[in-house]
Design a protein around this ligand. Structure first.
Ligand code: AMP
Length: 537
């Protein structure tokens, strides 16, 4: 066989050659909609490559982005990686101190940012002396009249000065192509460095029918940001399959998303549960329906079964539940049925698909007990979830400390899970969120999923609080739906008969809003601080 290397540039080359007219449509953060094609994106990625080389960007250098999902961000994915540099996507929702830490730790040389983030980067820049040049991802007309940002220029000016002639080098496939830091809720953020090889293998694997099932007939809109684990690989999988790509920019509110879904004929989307909960409310309020959207993948946090039911029954959109992490590129499992499940009623089918799903070839997994021994796949035994495979992290970028690998080379996810006899993995908790009551372990995710099935509950979190008798008991913290009322007694009663008696929450507290991490998960470390001193007899 030929010794061709798996390279990210190979994807855009393929898309430009074989799907050149297929569109990439973006909502621009500076306003308006941009329509382009894969052929144009390829040409512009080459202009970017020439610009980066002229600026002295060398193999392995980090080029950072603080940006929404747009065609320019897409071009950076390919242009930066294509020359052998590393595209470091930064999550703007992190605290400024974390952003400064990440930029300095990665030693980013150039930083590309959207207009939305101009005030943010102006604040960060003095603490990031190693960034030589700041590039505004817009036309020159959006440059501020005065700015202290070193080397500030506009992206469009940068490209306009360059030729589209460029031959992507045949890089070794183990060369790094992108870098993403985990949100670090308890410690400093940690960097995960992806290779061309891991990215290509992951992009091909997520395209499979029992994974995200991507096709040239799809119109794919990743709502999950390109700064969160490469938008789950969709900016690679869409061009690899020749699917039209729709990028929502800064318009992350339900109305803007809905407008793009409809105007661009989106068939397939992806995002965290919060996005879909917001959209569901918006759809219900206006009695709206989707005309083209048929499927969406939900992950990042557990997808509440009530959300899956509402999307399928009220809106005709199938939710595919998937699990993954920054450290796993991210896809590990997807909730697709097996032959034995054919013919199940919609409710029974959903009960199977509500689990986080089956492993995708390439991401093997097992659950182990405290002694490190593998636990049975009986759907009951739960233990630490370990994964391994060619797109699973081996060690964190410049960590200086040992990674999370076991002696025999498995990555410790920090999640606790069961695996059933059909191979469906179900996350019961993050290991640090499990509630240990007496001799029993209580899954906070199970209780949260149930709570949001109550019509008056917009969002819910369950944390363990000290109990003299049981060591820990579950406290339910709830955000009520606007205009709806519900008492603590009523909510506690809602759990009766739905979970084991020992799992029922003991108390409910109502709050205006819950704290979230930069990737939209409930920030339980903060919640535990907020309720420090709370105890249950
Ligand atoms: P991140 O690296 O920010 O993507 O976070 C990864 C973590 O999110 C995982 O280790 C899980 O704890 C959680 N997670 C991701 N997907 C799911 C899911 N479908 N259900 C429950 N938790 C999930």
């Amino acid at each position: 066989m030929m010794a061709d290397q798996l390279r990210v540039a190979g994807i855009i080359e393929h898309a430009a050659k074989w799907h050149g007219e297929t569109e990439i449509v973006s909502r621009l953060p500076e306003g308006g909609i941009h329509r382009g094609t894969y052929a144009q994106a390829h040409a512009r990625s080459k202009q970017l490559a020439n610009a980066l080389l002229r600026l002295g960007v060398a193999d392995g250098d980090r080029v950072a982005t603080i940006a929404w999902n747009t065609h320019r961000h897409f071009e950076l994915y390919y242009g930066v990686a294509g020359i052998g540099a590393v595209c470091h996507t930064i999550n703007p929702r992190l605290f400024p101190e974390q952003l400064v830490y990440i930029i300095n730790h990665a030693e980013d040389r150039l930083l590309f940012f959207d207009l939305t983030f101009l005030p943010l980067v102006e604040k960060l820049a003095p603490a990031c002396p190693k960034v030589e040049k700041w590039v505004l991802m817009a036309g020159p007309e959006y440059l501020p009249a005065a700015s202290a940002l070193p080397g500030l220029c506009s992206y469009e000016d940068l490209l306009a000065a360059e030729s589209t002639d460029y031959e992507w080098p045949m890089l070794d496939e183990n060369t790094a192509c992108s870098l993403c830091y985990t949100s670090g809720t308890t410690a400093e953020p940690k960097g995960v460095l992806y290779s061309h090889r891991s990215t290509l293998l992951h992009a091909m694997a997520i395209s499979l029918p029992d994974a995200l099932n991507c096709s040239a007939l799809d119109v794919i809109m990743p709502v999950v940001p390109m700064f969160h684990v490469n938008a789950w690989g969709l900016p690679y999988a869409a061009p690899l399959n020749g699917a039209k790509l729709v990028l929502p920019g800064a318009g992350m509110d339900a109305a803007s998303l809905y407008e793009l879904f409809e105007s661009e004929g989106v068939t397939f989307s992806a995002g965290v549960p919060t996005i879909w909960l917001g959209l569901l409310q918006f759809m219900r309020e206006g009695g709206r329906q989707f005309t083209s959207l048929r499927r969406t993948v939900v992950g990042g946090s557990a997808c509440p079964p009530a959300l899956m039911k509402a999307f399928e029954e009220e809106l005709g959109v199938t939710i595919m539940h998937a699990w993954g992490m920054t450290e796993t590129s991210p896809l590990g499992t997807a909730g697709h049925l097996k032959p034995k499940h054919q013919g199940l009623s919609p409710a029974d089918s959903r009960a199977v698909r509500a689990k986080q799903g089956r492993v995708v070839f390439g991401a093997d997994m097992k659950i182990v007990g405290d002694d490190g021994q593998a636990l049975p796949h009986d759907g009951v035994a739960f233990g630490d979830l370990l994964v391994r495979g060619p797109w699973v992290v081996a060690d964190y970028f410049r960590s200086g400390t040992p990674g999370e690998l076991t002696a025999d080379g498995w990555f410790r996810t920090g999640d606790v899970a069961t695996i059933d006899p059909d191979g469906f993995m179900q996350i019961t908790d993050r290991s640090k969120d499990v509630i240990k009551s007496g001799g029993e372990w209580i899954s906070s995710i199970d209780l949260e999923n149930l709570a949001v099935a109550h019509p008056a509950v917009a969002e819910a979190a369950v944390i363990g609080v000290p109990s003299a008798k049981w060591s820990e008991r579950p406290l339910l913290v709830v955000v009520r739906r606007p205009g709806m009322d519900v008492s603590a007694e009523e909510l506690l009663g809602f759990f009766k008969g739905k979970v084991a008696k020992f799992s029922e929450p003991d108390a409910v507290e109502f709050v205006e809003q819950l704290p979230h991490t930069a990737t939209g998960k409930i920030l339980k470390t903060q919640l535990r601080k907020d309720f420090a001193g709370y105890s249950i007899a």
